[in-house]
Design a protein around this ligand. Structure first.
Ligand SMILES: O=C(O)CCC(=O)C(=O)O
Ligand SMILES: [Fe+2]
Length: 295
């Protein structure tokens, strides 16, 4: 089944286009997730509240039912204003979009990374679009983003008519540092966190997680009463995932949570070995220099 001329999907990933043409069925079944114990994140009290509805945070402070605590999720509402959002979307859309998996499109600005061989190179990385610079500059305002130095910036587009989604995954742990940032644009969606069922040793390069031996992997099965966490990502908000939600849970965006076109800009930093003073710095110093450029 060669889908290279049809869409961007590979392996188990699918979109409406290839599902129709090859009679494929999507792998993720949200109905089965709804049957698990689920809770939604409230960004105002930093707690999870029982239930699937990700808009539960709007009931704050009048939540009812049981609450749970999971450290490692941060949301800043209205990180950018409406005029800035309009301007960002307009500027992103002046640049070409590349097809990606599961009906998404993307614009990638960052070095070339071979996650399997764990090899890093400049590739055609040339810095970042100047129209997006103010977003990176504003990271300084957020205390948990202290010393955040962006190495990769990736715009993603999700359209309902493509059946766009992103399958459960953990962002690579060898090259990408602890703090994963996402700026959401154009419409709200939900990030769904699910138990990380390890499929094979070192999947996502989890052996490279700092202090991995101290972390109870997979935490959910061992001692956490919740199997699915729903995190609303309102348009114009900034989400930061770190700690356990970044390393020990997979995150995904379900097709049913894309109701309108949604864009986001995802940001990644290097892991400590590739930062100044780290043991891999000789391999990364040119890339760190390049990541200061805006064009
Ligand atoms: O679209 C999003 O908010 C999540 C994207 C994501 O998880 C990724 O690019 O690794
Ligand atoms: Fe991700």
């Amino acid at each position: 089944m060669d889908r290279s001329k049809l869409c961007g999907c590979k392996g188990v990933r699918t979109c409406f286009v290839c599902e129709k043409k090859f009679n494929l069925t999507p792998t993720i079944n949200s109905e089965s997730l709804k049957k698990l114990s689920n809770a939604s994140y409230c960004s105002y009290c930093n707690l999870l509240w029982s239930g699937w509805n990700a808009y539960e945070y709007k009931n704050h402070p009048n939540h009812t039912g049981t609450s749970y605590y999971l450290d490692g999720i941060f949301i800043e509402h209205e990180f950018i204003n409406e005029a800035e959002e309009t301007m960002l979307i307009k500027n992103l859309d002046t640049m070409p979009w590349d097809v990606s998996q599961s009906g998404r499109r993307k614009q990638n600005f960052g070095p070339k990374c071979n996650f399997k061989k764990r090899r890093l190179s400049m590739g055609n990385f040339n810095g970042f679009p100047v129209s997006t610079k103010f977003v990176q500059d504003r990271f300084d305002k957020i205390p948990i983003l202290k010393n955040y130095f962006t190495i990769e910036q990736c715009s993603l587009e999700y359209r309902p008519e493509m059946g766009a989604s992103i399958d459960p995954h953990v962002d690579d742990c060898w090259i990408w540092g602890e703090r994963i940032i996402t700026l959401s644009l154009q419409s709200d969606t939900v990030l769904t966190l699910t138990p990380h069922n390890i499929k094979y040793n070192n999947q996502y390069n989890t052996d490279y997680i700092p202090n991995v031996k101290c972390l109870p992997i997979p935490v959910n099965h061992v001692n956490y009463p919740i199997d699915v966490v729903r995190v609303l990502m309102p348009r114009r908000s900034l989400l930061v995932l770190y700690g356990k939600p970044r390393y020990l849970w997979e995150h995904c965006i379900l097709r049913e949570d894309i109701q309108e076109r949604r864009l986001c800009i995802a940001y990644r930093e290097f892991t400590p070995p590739y930062l100044k003073g780290g043991e891999k710095y000789t391999e990364s110093c040119n890339i760190l220099q390049k990541a200061k450029c805006f064009w």
